[in-house]
Design a protein around this ligand. Structure first.
Ligand code: GLN
Length: 546
């Protein structure tokens, strides 16, 4: 059973220099991009030389996102330590270019589990355990613990002000503010434009009043809108929401999320925020970031990549893949146009796979469950036979092996035991340590694992080194009983972690094809694109040139 790791220094905070806290709250509705705001602010402060980290609070009663369906909730993001968390953590890591850990994620589930465990072990003996002070104390101590040794902690509160499930967390932040005087509240709001062409600030005025009724006065209001607000609208927000005019900032629609730090900086945001925190802005060099954003917006080349999977209607299920393509694209001055292709179509009508010839590369991403599996295998066969560059991630790698076993090694009916328990050729099988596991939460092979790459392989060339680490989330692996058969038929086993095959490749007469058990998209950053994404986009560019 997973234990919840409370930050170690939480109790020893009194002797530490106080950190500053910035609490980001969303009002009126979800989907305003709180995660991107939090990450952008963190990035701007980080570039001031401050030690910055971020916390995300999610009100749901799950311990983590591990058991959530990405179709409903968006991608499950995985950290080095194996934490399965909200996709906002991907945004934090990509903007901050810094890894996070499980303690950065606070959920309602974790908090209640902790409190009840404490109660059962007699930690509150004699007391009735209450939201205030017990739960709020727990939250403050957790937040301070994460802040130990950091200058600034960004705290993003999931959900919207007024939700039942984050009220106690906002109360804890109010208490933290009155106790430390080191908290800055940023309220993100939405200002709609009505058909007369006017921006309407009244919903924001009400939303701020609701927040004030909870004892919290925002010091900065960030306005999501389709454009920048005219001065009179900002004056209204300033007057009715009780904040200076200069504290109202625009967060308009932008082409790329990576533009937001630049957009804020254009409005001199960092200087104002630093002043609020009792510090002075001291230079800010966004030149490199700016040039990467420029490459995202005005690239010289373009390629079209097809992603064959399920969930393709909900692109949030594959956010990190989309972002990793943006990063690889920026590095190669290339726009990577992505098209999502439902694999089920190739199952019902196998001939239809020929549409894949119009793509410069095909990727099959990770996934669970049997829907659309045969369609993926049909697609991979077509791609291999027509030398279209192929990239298989986790399930995409496993299906690459199944396809090869069936169609090149001649193992008819080869499969993964995830989809056919009784297959005669189980080329993909459960990891031995997974066999006895019954619990669903945090029980997969998770987090960063070392992998040794074989010299002379495409993988080695892409990473430029032998020993690498990528993040995992799976229960199945290539069955070692079939390695000899696979290798004899030409598959290259290019990466291993102990006895586990982590990477496979096609070689001549087949074209570019790499599959890996891990998810390299999780560690891709704008400033450090994932090497295999770069190699794949390069191969796609080459195919296009031909
Ligand atoms: N379902 C497969 C497994 O558990 C693949 C998982 C994935 O693609 N992340 O091994």
């Amino acid at each position: 059973m997973q234990t919840i790791e409370h930050p170690k220094d939480a109790k020893a905070i009194t002797h530490l220099r106080d950190s500053k806290y910035i609490v980001v709250l969303g009002s009126l509705m979800s989907g305003l991009g709180k995660g991107i705001v939090t990450a952008s602010v963190a990035r701007l402060l980080n570039d001031q030389g401050l030690k910055v980290t971020a916390i995300k609070f999610d009100g749901y009663l799950n311990i983590d996102c591990g058991t959530m369906n990405p179709y409903r909730h968006g991608e499950v993001f995985v950290l080095d330590d194996g934490t399965e968390c909200d996709m906002d953590f991907g945004t934090y890591e990509r903007f901050l270019n810094q890894g996070m850990s499980g303690t950065n994620s606070i959920t309602g589930g974790k908090l209640f589990k902790l409190i009840i465990e404490k109660e059962r072990t007699g930690k509150f003996l004699g007391r009735d355990v209450q939201f205030i002070p017990h739960l709020t104390d727990e939250i403050k101590s957790w937040v301070k613990g994460v802040g130990a040794g950091k200058d600034v902690v960004l705290v993003e509160v999931g959900g919207t002000v007024g939700d039942l499930e984050n009220g106690y967390f906002i109360e804890a932040m109010r208490q933290l503010s009155s106790e430390t005087r080191e908290v800055t509240f940023i309220q993100l709001t939405y200002v709609p434009m009505i058909s007369t062409g006017e921006y309407k600030t009244k919903p924001t005025q009400h939303a701020t009043r609701l927040l004030q009724s909870m004892g919290v006065q925002p010091q900065i209001i960030l306005v999501r809108a389709d454009g920048c607000l005219p001065k009179d609208s900002k004056e209204k927000i300033s007057q009715f929401c009780n904040i200076p005019l200069e504290a109202v900032y625009d967060d308009p629609d932008i082409e790329s999320i990576y533009e937001l730090p630049l957009m804020l900086e254009k409005q001199d945001f960092t200087a104002y925020l630093m002043k609020l925190m009792g510090m002075k802005k001291d230079g800010l060099n966004l030149v490199q970031w700016k040039s990467l954003v420029e490459k995202i917006k005005n690239p010289r080349h373009a390629v079209k990549i097809g992603i064959v999977g399920k969930y393709t209607k909900l692109h949030d299920a594959y956010v990190s893949i989309r972002e990793a393509f943006i990063h690889a694209g920026a590095a190669l001055d290339t726009k990577v146009e992505i098209e999502w292709i439902e694999s089920e179509g190739f199952e019902n009508d196998p001939e239809s796979v020929s549409v894949l010839k119009d793509y410069d590369g095909i990727l099959v991403p990770g996934g669970f469950g049997s829907r659309g599996i045969e369609g993926k295998i049909n697609a991979i066969k077509y791609v291999r036979e027509n030398k279209i560059p192929y990239f298989g991630i986790c399930l995409g790698m496993q299906m690459m092996v199944v396809e090869y076993a069936r169609n090149v090694c001649g193992l008819k009916g080869a499969n993964s035991t995830e989809f056919d328990e009784n297959t005669k050729s189980p080329v993909i099988d459960l990891l031995p340590e997974q066999r006895a596991i019954k619990d669903k939460g945090a029980t997969m092979r998770l987090g960063a694992w070392k992998c040794e790459l074989a010299k002379g392989t495409r993988a080695f060339e892409a990473y430029g080194k032998q020993s690498i680490e990528e993040r995992h989330r799976h229960r199945y692996e290539v069955n070692n009983d079939y390695l000899e058969t696979l290798e004899k038929s030409g598959i290259v086993l290019s990466g291993r972690s102990g006895h586990i095959v982590e990477m496979v490749e096609w070689k001549e007469p087949h074209g570019f094809g790499i599959g890996l058990q891990a998810h390299p998209e999780y560690k891709s950053r704008l400033e450090e694109p994932a090497p295999l994404f770069v190699a794949f986009v390069k191969a796609a560019l080459e195919r296009k040139k031909k």
